[in-house]
Ligand binder design. Structure first.
Ligand SMILES: Cc1ncc(COP(=O)(O)O)c(C=O)c1O
Length: 428
């Protein structure tokens, strides 16, 4: 990845320090209603350019990006090697139907299966679609290969699996389901870390248990090893498939290529999206070899899944991650970031807990943090929430200690200021 020159870095650092908390660094309000459906609560900012750890808005203000498009731009913005491969592919072939062989897909599948417990790969375009494919594969395996009447998928409270009808039903958060009734049948949600509730939910119709290794949207909740061992044992005992949703945790972010590798387990199925293609839309569902026959020709498909363009970007992204040992780097930088956060925030009781894995870090606070996120934007630092009270940090995997220091300084100042404001209001 190309680095910014020292002069560029200095000027960016200066910009960060100079932008006062009171300056409105946000974009102008739109003059008329947008023709885009208002399904997103958008920040009043338009980002138009990015390089490495930095993005620029329409007014030329610079921001240190510690959200990475929600865990997508893990190689930083506009990574050169991936961009070069994309441009080369643009001049060669954009799209062919999956009715033809696509050699790029085979190369990506080889990279993924050689570096994981999976043997088979299905390409699609997003995390929700990858999870849909996982649910479909689990049902079809039980119904067509095993000849059983198993269709139900058990998931966990606070989980997030996507916005299609099946994946929002699988999601353990009521807010994503509001107004979308009736929901598809065949899903049950139980509390996380409650093995007895899970055991009680299993019936002769259960096909699979699906979970994230770190519940990211749900508040950066790291799954406990003992609980996961219990889940694996229940799957074995009842002949269920274990599906791990690695849409946010996968591709190096947590300090291993895939987060389930921290736990020494082998899921039957796992899913990827976000970091797998540096910002190009792509999703992947991976499964064990014994599931192969469940997806016979015609059983599942996607027009745009794994096109030559998508495959070229995925191949370059994964190769770069492996060559530059980015999972190891994420582990190292994650330790550094958490350590710095603990050192700077240990004196404030406003912070409840700092937790996470690798470069997927949550700072749980005693109060809602939305104002801190907005204040961060005004100080030139981008980060997001994971639920109302948790600040979520997702820098790119090349992030430097210098950039981490800058982010931690700003964040610690923002949190201390806000904590004082809240305690002042409580005392007045
Ligand atoms: C764990 C997890 N699963 C699934 C999804 C859905 O992915 P997409 O928005 O690409 O459909 C997300 C998105 O945030 C996610 O974090």
């Amino acid at each position: 990845m190309s680095e910014l020159t020292q002069t560029e870095k200095d000027s960016l650092t200066g910009a960060l320090q100079e932008r006062s908390a009171g300056t409105d660094g946000q974009g102008a309000a739109p003059a008329k209603l947008s023709a885009v459906f208002p399904s997103y609560a958008r920040y009043d900012l338009s980002l138009v350019k990015g390089k490495g750890s930095w993005v620029w808005d329409e007014q030329g203000n610079k921001y240190l990006d510690f959200m990475c498009g929600l865990a997508v731009t893990s190689l930083g913005h506009a990574p050169e090697k991936v961009g070069a491969k994309l441009k080369e592919q643009i001049d060669t072939l954009w799209h062919v139907s999956n009715l033809f062989h696509i050699p790029g897909q085979d190369r990506v599948a080889a990279l993924l299966t050689e570096n994981s417990c999976a043997d088979q790969v299905f390409f699609c375009n997003s995390g929700a679609e990858a999870n849909e494919a996982a649910i479909k594969l689990a049902r079809r395996y039980h119904q067509k290969v095993k000849g059983t009447d198993r269709y139900e998928v058990i998931t966990f409270e606070q989980s997030f699996h996507g916005r299609t009808l099946a994946t929002l039903t699988a999601t353990g958060q009521a807010k994503v389901k509001e107004g979308f009734l009736p929901l598809p049948a065949g899903f049950k949600t139980v509390p996380l870390h409650d093995l007895e509730a899970l055991r009680a939910a299993i019936t002769e119709h259960t096909a699979a248990i699906m979970l994230e290794m770190v519940l990211a949207e749900g508040g950066i909740i790291v799954v406990e090893q003992e609980f996961l061992d219990g889940v694996v044992a229940l799957c074995k005992e009842h002949g269920l498939l274990l599906i791990v949703d690695e849409v946010q945790t996968g591709m190096g972010r947590t300090g291993k290529l895939f987060a389930h590798q921290h736990y020494g387990i082998e899921p039957d199925i796992f899913t990827l999206a976000k970091g797998v293609a540096s910002g190009f839309p792509a999703g992947v569902m991976l499964g064990k070899g014994y599931l192969r026959e469940a997806f016979s020709p015609g059983s599942h498909a996607s027009t745009f899944g794994g096109t030559p363009l998508a495959a070229a970007v995925m191949e370059a992204t994964i190769e770069t991650m492996l060559e530059d040992k980015l999972p190891e780097r994420a582990a190292e930088m994650g330790e550094y970031l958490s350590g710095q956060l603990r050192a700077k925030l240990e004196d404030t009781s406003f912070v409840k807990e700092i937790r996470g894995k690798g470069l997927l870090i949550g700072i749980e606070c005693h109060e809602p943090v939305a104002e801190i996120v907005l204040a961060g934007q005004k100080r030139g630092l981008l980060f997001v929430q994971a639920g109302p009270d948790v600040i979520r940090l997702l820098p790119n995997l090349y992030v430097s200690t210098d950039e981490i220091d800058q982010a931690v300084d700003i964040l610690s100042e923002l949190i201390h200021t806000y904590a004082n404001k809240v305690s002042g209001e409580a005392n007045s």
